[in-house]
Design a protein around this ligand. Structure first.
Ligand code: FIX
Ligand code: ZN
Length: 410
């Protein structure tokens, strides 16, 4: 085995042994009940696979598919992508990786036999099993303060599972304020459509109230490619005069996920969102104008990645994270991780899973650890060729920094 292969083997083992803090997921603890998705039928009906299914079966009307039960949808997707074709896409391979890591015989094509395996677990036991298999120690949820079922859990004391931490997600408030006013009123906040000084104070109070209740790791919002702060929009005013002052007051990072075009094909539901190149100057402007706020930023367009790295070199309060959504594919994760290490060293968070189904922690982190290990090995190898000594302890420290939450969780 040559030196690079040896390094790759060693760093891969270290990454496997490094407990992951997964900084963006759509997972919820068991306290949230059915909101937590897990098992083979949920894996197969993941919206990534729904989009791919319709490419194999374009003759099926969207409505006919959506009228099927979840089990029937899963059977259709299983037969189409996994039996009649080869599960070669990243989302499809992910299901195979997951079944393999769970110890199932991936040659088994009988879906009911696979279902029987999952039927043997309680939700609580399966959470423990998946966290152990994936070596994820903490997941940060996506929490919607306007969702009645979420409100019930938070009003009842919260997730009561330290592995699940909150993120206060602000999409309805920031991206559709006009339709959010009534929801604010329902919670006792006498907001109105006009964003005058009094109303902005009410929104700040709303944010503080939910921060006190959720104790979130950060506040977050997804933003379109057209996102601007100088367009006089409700969103710009709410971010500049409510969210960022509150972020400063509570010393909370603000996570901006920039570049999503919502529902370009509404018939696909969650699978109907797309991507567009955003203006990274807007991110730079916010980092410049709010130097005492920490910004977590991920951008959806591959074309924005290099600019985001350069922006992070200019602003120490900018922390790039993850290879989001359509970027979470080995060929692109490799490219992005390499340019981040080259431009930012260890001052970035290379990945998050965005898992919507608990079991996805297994494959998303197995696939990402493999790529990150490859790229890190090359960086270490280049150092050793110049006589630098890279010890196991160094590699463990570095892995902890970029994957163990050191950059985010104090
Ligand atoms: O805005 C988001 O958090 C996105 O990650 C989701 O809306 C998206 O559907 C997703 O799960 C991508 O992986
Ligand atoms: Zn997400």
């Amino acid at each position: 085995m040559n030196e690079l292969d040896d390094l790759r083997t060693r760093i891969a083992r270290i990454l496997e042994q490094t407990p992951i803090v997964d900084i963006h997921t759509h997972l919820h603890s068991a306290a949230f009940g059915d909101v937590l998705l897990w098992g083979i039928d949920e894996l197969l009906t993941y919206h990534y696979l729904v989009a791919e299914f319709f490419r194999y079966r374009p003759e099926i009307p969207y409505g006919d598919f959506w009228n099927l039960s979840k089990r029937q949808q899963a059977e259709l997707i299983w037969n189409t992508i996994f039996v009649e074709n080869t599960p070669i896409s990243e989302a499809a391979r992910g299901v195979v990786t997951t079944l393999h890591h769970l110890g199932l015989e991936t040659g088994e094509k009988n879906l009911d036999k696979i279902r029987a395996f999952f039927a043997g677990f309680s939700t609580a036991d399966y959470i423990d099993h998946v966290f152990a298999l994936s070596n994820v120690c903490t997941v940060i949820m996506t929490n919607d303060s306007f969702n009645p079922s979420e409100q019930a859990v938070w009003n009842g004391g919260g997730p009561n599972d330290s592995r699940f931490k909150a993120a206060l997600r602000l999409d309805p408030l920031l991206n559709d304020y006009a339709n959010c006013v009534s929801k604010l009123n329902e919670q006792g906040f006498r907001a109105t459509a006009e964003l005058g000084p009094e109303n902005r104070a009410i929104v700040r109070e709303f944010l503080s109230r939910w921060i006190d209740r959720m104790r979130p790791v950060y506040m977050a919002v997804s933003l379109p490619p057209s996102f601007r702060m100088d367009d006089g929009s409700d969103r710009a005013r709410l971010i500049g005069e409510c969210v960022l002052p509150i972020a400063r007051e509570h010393d909370l990072p603000f996570a901006m996920m920039v570049g999503v075009k919502k529902r370009v094909n509404p018939a696909l539901g969650d699978a109907g969102d797309s991507v567009g190149k955003a203006d990274s100057a807007v991110v730079e402007g916010l980092c410049r104008d709010f130097p005492d706020v920490r910004f977590l930023v991920t951008m959806l367009s591959r074309e924005n990645q290099h600019e985001l790295c350069v922006a992070a070199r200019k602003f120490k309060n900018l922390l790039p994270f993850g290879c989001w959504w359509f970027l979470n594919n080995p060929s692109i994760v490799r490219e992005i991780t390499a340019e981040r290490l080259e431009l930012l060293g260890l001052t970035m968070i290379p990945q998050h899973s965005d898992a919507r189904v608990l079991d996805q922690l297994i494959y998303k982190w197995a696939h990402s650890r493999e790529i990150i290990a490859d790229v890190l090995a090359e960086r270490y190898f280049n150092l050793t060729r110049s006589g630098w000594v890279v010890t196991e302890e160094n590699m463990r420290r570095d892995a902890q920094r970029i994957l163990g939450g050191q950059l985010l969780l104090h």
